[in-house]
Design a protein around this ligand. Structure first.
Ligand SMILES: NC(=O)c1ccc[n+]([C@@H]2O[C@H](COP(=O)([O-])OP(=O)(O)OC[C@H]3O[C@@H](n4cnc5c(N)ncnc54)[C@H](O)[C@@H]3O)[C@@H](O)[C@H]2O)c1
Length: 252
């Protein structure tokens, strides 16, 4: 692991599970102090325990990323606990219903957009001023292959993730001059509790892995590695990318 983030401060939303937990642990392994934010307290506290078990430093902040006041408090917690914010991985997300345009209810649509898209915007809205105070920083948003291409039948999620891709590019352009880089990772199918839920609802592992040239599900650690690299100084000239980490899915 080559990045050195000793003494830097990282914030991870959705840090209590799956990709967010793997990224929180990876940030801690390279020396960052980690603010683990999640709407699920049990998972978030468990991630903090796992970081402490490996000698790292972390705290949990209960946060619903779709609620402005909670996002503000989350960013303030990074300042209060550790003195500021250098890196943010805006990763919290929900899969929403497997429904197309006609079947999605307004409530289902609004919830997915609120968490997966508005949540990312709210996080950046409050993280960026904190980063400006430190003279720069790096943000990675979790998008998806579903932010680059579409499949029929998951309309709200695809709309939200395409929004994240666009918002990431806009933010990169707006803040390049302020030394804040903004990128997105676009995971393929990754074995996390989210995908376990999709499989429990009847979708087979083989079906999920089939569009990927590497015929297996990805690991959360493989997305975490990309996210931490994008935040690191090794990626100093990388901004505005929506980087697929998808086993070759979108190469086809
Ligand atoms: N697993 C995949 O195959 C895959 C593929 C592409 C993109 N993604 C994206 O990766 C991200 C992480 O997903 P995962 O697979 O690790 O899922 P996960 O369900 O294991 O973890 C998501 C975490 O986000 C938290 N969360 C949900 N709503 C929240 C809210 N309103 N505020 C704060 N936290 C909230 C959950 O409590 C959970 O801890 C999501 O944005 C998801 O859309 C996942």
């Amino acid at each position: 692991m080559d990045a050195n983030m000793q003494g830097r401060i990282a914030l991870v939303t959705g840090g209590g599970s799956g990709i967010g937990r793997a990224a929180s642990i990876r940030f801690a392994r390279v020396g960052a102090k980690v603010v683990v934010a999640d709407v699920a307290a049990e998972g978030g506290n468990r991630t903090v325990e796992l970081i402490k078990d490996i000698g790292g430093e972390a705290c949990f902040v209960h946060t619903d990323v779709s609620v402005s006041a909670q996002v503000q408090r989350m960013v303030q917690a990074a300042a209060d606990m550790y003195g500021g914010l250098d890196f943010a991985f805006n990763n919290a997300g929900i899969e929403g219903p497997a429904k197309g345009i006609l079947d999605s209810t307004e409530e289902e649509w609004q919830r997915v957009i609120a968490v997966d898209l508005t949540g990312v915007w709210l996080c950046m809205k409050y993280e960026i001023p904190a980063m400006l105070k430190r003279g720069g920083g790096a943000i990675v948003n979790t998008c998806s292959v579903m932010g680059l291409i579409a499949v029929p039948g998951i309309a709200p999620y695809i709309a939200a993730k395409h929004g994240v891709a666009g918002l990431t590019k806009e933010a990169a352009l707006e803040f390049a001059k302020s030394k804040i880089r903004v990128n997105a990772v676009c995971p393929g199918s990754i074995r996390t509790p989210m995908v376990e839920r999709v499989m429990a609802a009847g979708t087979s592992e083989k079906f999920l892995a089939a569009p990927q040239a590497i015929k297996r599900l990805g690991k959360p650690e493989e997305i975490a590695a990309a996210a931490v690299w994008l935040c690191s100084d090794a990626a100093a000239f990388v901004t505005g990318v929506t980087m697929p980490v998808d086993g070759g899915w979108t190469a086809q």
